[in-house]
Design a protein around this ligand. Sequence first.
Ligand code: AHR
Length: 553
Amino acid sequence: MKSRRNFVKTALAMTATAGVGTFSTLRNALAASTTDSRIDILLDEPRGTISPDIYGHFTEHLGGVMYDGIWVGLKSKVPNIDGLRRDVVEHMRKIKAPVVRYPGGCFADSYDWRDGVGPADKRPRRTNFWNGAENDKSPANHKFESNEFGTNEFVHFCKLIGAEPYLAANVRSLPATEFQHWVEYCNSPAGSTTLADLRAGAGYAEPFNVRYWGVGNESWGCGGNFTPQEYAVEFRRYTAWLPQYVKPLSLIASGPNTDEWFWTREFLQEIARKGPGQLREIYGMALHHYAWNLSRGKTNDWEKAKGDAIQFEPVDWYELLREGQRMEGLIEGHWQVMGEFDREHRIKLIVDEWGPWYRPGSEATPGDILEQTPTLRDAVFSALTLDIFNRHCGKVAMANCAQLINCLNSLYLAHEDRFVVTTVGRAFELYAGHQGGQSLRAEFSAPQVRYDRDGQAATFWGLNGSASVQGKNMLLTVVNPHVSEPREAEIVVRGGAISSGSASTLTHSDIHASNTFAHRDAVMPSHNPLKLGGQFVYTFPPASVSALSLQLR
Ligand code: AHR
């Protein structure tokens, strides 16, 4: 573990390199060398169980996600299991991936599931939904869908990693019968239907038992440009009398974009107009929030407002974290609106797309659209988002980071035989232990981050995180968002005592650091035993994500 002196040295060095070398920052760095923060974990105040599904993923037929990312093909020289990239399978097992959403995204509302079943060499080739966004460097199989990877391959992938499949049905361009038939294909018992026989013919006699079904995607946009009322009518129609087999289906409605409260309100109002019982058909409402506007209030233009993934100033670092922190208010706000109709709160939030979205330019593989290279900033962003979900585990039943590989907030980047676990993937490793735990109330008290935001004094919280417990094992995850100052915090467990523990911390002296094909281990967590006895103090390095595993007596 670095000494306090080293932290101050690091803080001063970073102050200089980060270009914020003011006297006040220097003074703050020195002041921070004494215990100035405190974390109280209240063992007697559980907030509910953290659904493992909060640690879910999202994969779409988009750019390099499926082809080259997950699917390398049966004849590939790239190490694989049944055509699936072995590195991805192994790492996803390690992080206990609970659920994976597929096949989109916008692609889902253009997709005919029948194209992706049956003998692979007989499957039709189609123009991919994202074709118009592809460029000269994009390979042909990103532009034109070979359908080599379809439902069977996806469910097989989920089974290999131990995750539940979550399928998004096409509401924009297929009739409701096709949704019913896709459910039948996946879930009807062996030998019971023609579609079950088709599945068995591909080697899958046993039903897939897919529980999670999305009813369209972004139905306010690429999923049909519906009004909330129109979509509610479609939702009722598509979900009326779906075939049921062993397990009930959990149906997920296309929900709001960020803070579009009207969507949540008017959709539920229209659903309930047919009778409040209709609300029971809905397992969850999908909320999407991307942190894309880094213009600091200058514009809302989708192209102009985006920032760069790897070249940024400390003010951009904080701006991204502010955009991420909005998630907390979005969960609280939409939850409140949902409660106007669903007073018992049976319907949960499913945040099935979240993450930062930068302008093009940092692709690990030129031609992979929407691919960006995550840095330490994205690990911190992801960690603070997962902490928010943990704190709101009574409201959020599932969340899916967008996306798993070679796209947006990727856990992995891959091309041909190259593979790397990004900083985001490393953050997911540190947080995996929260799955299924009891979320505990934890109070964080730390000096705020103060910085200059275009001539205006701005602040951001100084330390934040979440805690959970399973039996005698407690996990405390903490983010220090300050680009240059460590935070030394006293940690107190109220209602219990710690006997031993260890800490893992992800950070780097350069806030722009990333894991790349050339430097795969540039940003790796350090693991250290904790020295306990008397006051329990831990120093959270600048720009860091920490996971403290604590054993209770
Ligand atoms: O994740 C990329 C795209 O973002 C998805 O296809 C769509 O749902 C969202 O707009």
